[in-house]
Design a protein around this ligand. Sequence first.
Ligand SMILES: NC(=O)c1ccc[n+]([C@@H]2O[C@H](COP(=O)([O-])OP(=O)(O)OC[C@H]3O[C@@H](n4cnc5c(N)ncnc54)[C@H](O)[C@@H]3O)[C@@H](O)[C@H]2O)c1
Length: 387
Amino acid sequence: MERRRIHIGIIGLGLMGKEFASAVARWHHLLSDDPVPVLTGICDRINASHSWFTDCFPGIRIATDDYRELLECPDIDAVYCAVPHHLHERFYTDIIRSGKHLLGEKPFGIDEAANRKIMEVIAQHPGTVVRCSSEFPYFPACQRLVQWLKEGRYGRLMEVRAGFHHASDMDLTKPVNWKRMTEFNGEYGCMGDLGLHTLHVPFRMGWKPHNVFADLQKIAEYRPDGKGGVVPCKTWDNAVLTCKCTDPATGKDFSMAVETKRMAPGATNNWFIEVYGTEGSAKFSTHNPKAFYNLETKGKEQGWTCTDTGSQSAISSITGGIFEFGFSDAFQQMIGAFMNEFSDNPEKHPFRNVMPEETAWSHCLFTAALESERTGKKMDVEYDKIK
Ligand SMILES: NC(=O)c1ccc[n+]([C@@H]2O[C@H](COP(=O)([O-])OP(=O)(O)OC[C@H]3O[C@@H](n4cnc5c(N)ncnc54)[C@H](O)[C@@H]3O)[C@@H](O)[C@H]2O)c1
């Protein structure tokens, strides 16, 4: 039977736009009956970035520097939008109003007000599929951890640590870019860049912080401007949020630490989650991406078991089960979960993409974190602001 095709337009042809296109190019990698993405349109305000796409994808029907032209194109069903944060509100709301489905990038609005506007437009278009990108939970070892969590193997939760650490900013000669400028990246700084990634698994488990105490750091005060001068670097580099949550599985409170750091010595894109409970504990980190660590608490001594996972992904693939899985595979699996939304059975995927309400929760948390840093106090996280 002919599989349904979802014609995709990409807006923003930078780092992530290319990653998306590459995943689509090798779609036959996945063994799934779900609809197939077909790259049909591209948009970037810099025309020079079009050629890699038009050279690699002869099926592209529209290449433009004006995203509104792409939205007017009737051949496009859904848009992947990967542009700087100050554009999220305008671009995402226009995409949804145009009737196209959207896989947007985090933080889904530069700030809470922008996210609220996006949420309002989503509510006005209930038939439109809107999801947010977050790929790390699709590592098979993390999916093992999610399954372990769903089975409640931890007993009563004591502590969760969820984090994302980068080290490239340790190089103080690295020139500034939009991600280090408040006007394009937002007041949240490292939290807006890295935070939603860390919250995808906790939110899916129903672990929503009631309150937060934030310790935010600005470490690199200046950076080269790339033109021989230096400019102030104003965004937050590192954040440690200490939160109190309730586990809906037990009704008991526990502590959650959310760490987003651009200046974590030695860390190259290390996304991790650690869960500590009275009966069991488990952890996963992209530093050792095959490894699913878990232990059962029996008496005085506890010993970690490390299971080497292979390519046993949520959507099975042609790759042999013993072979290694990587970032590009996780990104393709995430798009696979998005494609699953257009199938006859969108509930079947074991771990759906970040939902719009989860982006709204993250904004409530980061806004409270900024207030905590300003006041030096622990702040309640106010979710009732969300309509
Ligand atoms: N999922 C992930 O792992 C991940 C990783 C990095 C970044 N991101 C997110 O993806 C988004 C983009 O980040 P990136 O790293 O790809 O950035 P990037 O700077 O590499 O690419 C952004 C692109 O947007 C284009 N652009 C800017 N203004 C535009 C406009 N008006 N119209 C059309 N195109 C325009 C730029 O020319 C550039 O090519 C951000 O929201 C970021 O937070 C996600």
